[in-house]
Write a protein that binds this ligand. Structure first.
Ligand code: ATP
Ligand code: MG
Length: 139
């Protein structure tokens, strides 16, 4: 059965470009409830840990540098079928391939600087949520 929790980050490009409010509005309109949320910044070490699964990929260095280049908004979101529905809402990794109206189609600049993160499984949603938030910060 699909879980009801996902984890997201509004990435440094979207924060710098002033899209926090618009992205949160899309998330709200799509029916997600905010369980936890904060404006924060990842150190290069923390960004490297978060994306450790991509360590061997050619873009890993670039990804870590980008994700630690500015502040982000981290959040845990709740909705039925959260992981899959949120990935539909954000669109494809490459904004050129993202469906019209999706968050990446609207606000991403490139495949590397693509505005938002969304968990890819229920298991990773739990791991990523607890990476950023203590239990006492989740409501
Ligand atoms: P995310 O995990 O951030 O939600 P995703 O699941 O759509 O994105 P992944 O394959 O997990 O995509 O890649 C993680 C991130 O690495 C991408 O969001 C993007 O920022 C970066 N990335 C992926 N592929 C490339 C690439 N070919 N060139 C540059 N950066 C890339
Ligand atoms: Mg991913």
């Amino acid at each position: 059965m699909a879980g009801n929790i996902t984890f997201t980050m509004i990435k440094p490009d979207a924060v710098k470009n002033g899209h926090i409010g618009a992205i949160l509005a899309k998330i709200n309109e799509a029916g997600f409830r905010i369980v936890a949320m904060k404006l924060t910044k990842l150190s290069p070490q923390k960004a490297g840990e978060f994306y450790a699964v991509h360590k061997e990929r050619p873009f890993y260095g670039e990804l870590v540098e980008f994700m630690s280049s500015g502040s982000i908004v981290a959040a845990i979101l709740e909705k039925e079928n959260a992981v899959e529905d949120f990935r539909t809402l954000i669109g494809a990794t490459n904004p050129k391939e993202a469906a019209p109206g999706t968050i990446r189609a609207l606000y991403a600049t490139s495949i590397g600087e693509n505005a938002v993160h969304g968990s890819d499984s229920d298991e990773n949603a739990k791991i990523e949520g607890s990476f950023h938030f203590a239990v006492t910060e989740q409501f």
